[in-house]
Design a protein around this ligand. Sequence first.
Ligand SMILES: [Zn+2]
Length: 295
Amino acid sequence: MNKSLKIHFQILNKFSELRGKEFTKFVGVFTNATPDKYVSATHHLLSRQRGVYVPASYDLAYSIKIDSTSENYYNKVSYSENGFIIKYFLPNDIADGQKERDRNALYKNYIDEIPIGIVLKEAAGYRILGLGEITSFFNEYIIVEPFLSNIGSGDILKEEKEVEKYRITEAKYLTKVRLMQSIFRKEVLNHFGKKCLICDIDQEELLVASHIKPWRKSSDKERLDKYNGLPLCNNHDALFDRGLISFNENNELLTSSRLTEDQVVAVNITPGKKFSFDSVTESYLKYHLKNLFIK
Ligand SMILES: [Zn+2]
């Protein structure tokens, strides 16, 4: 087993075993902890400063620290002795590379279904809430719910098997893709309204949340970004997707020279019609104009 994955698994096991325990000390428990019966090396469970802990040169998050007074990330938690639901606001300042890294790591935890350690900051110290799983991933926040499966003892062979369980299968991946697409659709339709941007048809079953920068070219973050979407009917989605229509830098509708005048009329397009878009959407449209539009 890959060494960092092995330590990671031991850390998860420690979070699970210590569920409900309170600590007053930070150093020695959560950071610079010496090897113990759970983890075979000196380790960190949390980041001292940041809400999310992603170890250096690693792409998964080990833990999140819930602290309603956190300066880094604000978050909301409702929890009882029996469980918790956390609405954790995501670090989304892309000018801050570390926050972007944290966000990407959390996204990978979500997609690969790797649980995450949860520690609640209380007035007197820290309480380990155990393991959580990210059950929803939105642009602005994630939902974290208890991960209740028993992840087993420190036995290596058992660990190998357990890690196998976390490895993503193609079927699981496809489920995630569908989930992401349905989240994207909901967000795009809520943002723009439930009608085709071009012809105003408001029959929801005919509407598609069309990616401006295509799915296959997008990062996972862009795939979920509502500003990277337009609500279009099936016809207009097909035209946009194939680069037969686009928008120029003044947000005016363009048609490809491949379409005849009669066809333009038949598909209910008014070339030159002006739209107004959010600036983030405009930058995605620039990409479409440059890379997809057939002049
Ligand atoms: Zn339409």
